[in-house]
Design a protein around this ligand. Sequence first.
Ligand SMILES: Nc1nc2c(ncn2[C@@H]2O[C@H](COP(=O)(O)OP(=O)(O)O)[C@@H](O)[C@H]2O)c(=O)[nH]1
Ligand SMILES: [Mg+2]
Length: 324
Amino acid sequence: MTKTNLITGFLGSGKTTTIRHLLANKPQNERWAVLVNEFGEIGIDGALLADSGAVLKEIPGGCMCCVNGLPMQVGLNMLLQQAKPDRLLIEPTGLGHPKQILALLSQETYGGWIELLATICLLDARQLSEPRYRENENFRDQLAAADIIIANKMDTWQPHDVQALEEWQAQNGHQRPLHRIEHGRMESKLLDLPRTNYAELPDAHHHHAQSKTQGLAALRLPENARWRRALNQGQGFVSCGWIFDNDTLFDTIGMMEWIRLAPVDRAKAVVRIAEGSLLINRQGQDLNIETRPTAPLDSRIELIHGGEADWNALQSALFKIRLG
Ligand SMILES: Nc1nc2c(ncn2[C@@H]2O[C@H](COP(=O)(O)OP(=O)(O)O)[C@@H](O)[C@H]2O)c(=O)[nH]1
Ligand SMILES: [Mg+2]
């Protein structure tokens, strides 16, 4: 049986960062697998988790319970049967539906394969003070479905964020453990806590994906295409992603500035630069930049925004920082 945890949390709360931390500290003799599900069509978290020593499976293009019914189940079965991981960490999109995902994982099909343990929800205390987050159905459902709350990004909180967290906990904590951490440095032993929260959640309003692609098709470029872009929308958010072929090279400084200044909530990129790969991950003002000496297979960029966005203007600026 594969010990399985759902790692939930709203957009940019630190799920991937936490999973990377957990993988870096996993027992060496254990095989771990990660299933990442992204809102955008262009999978990027997979690239952010590459080299982490886990067996990876990506599901782009919307909440896994909405878009990927059968392909997702087949993919998960194959992952469990072929890799036989000791542990599986599942990162649903920040706009995912925890109730449906938990129901899916509790199906009889997985009975012999999955031991479902604690659901862990990442929370950035600053998001509690922003009505567009606090009042978002997915944000609330994820917190309501969790067994353990991990309040992350402590380094960024102001006194009023701590106060908002304490008020939230008094009203919504229900005696669930709440740990305060930063940079995803969660204790691995929390993964072994059982599922205890069987609270009845309201049925989420199901928003089926607008995308025409299904399953993992969006992950590749069509033959002979140099680039493509893919849009997605749902739950009040829109996303735009681009994939560029292996020959396309970007200007390093230009790309960092383009991501930093893009007027959107969330931006992620793994692109090819002269020195190898440039990985950028931005949530609001929180920015993480890394370079790696090896070139990626292709370049991927994904923007997510909770409002109107001028993708064409952003795209024109993006094309100007292409070097080849
Ligand atoms: N300042 C700060 N930034 C963080 C912390 N944890 C994550 N981040 C940054 O927040 C952004 C989103 O993190 P990520 O793990 O990708 O979030 P996800 O969307 O929930 O998977 C990235 O730029 C991270 O580097 C933290 O504790 N403090
Ligand atoms: Mg992530």
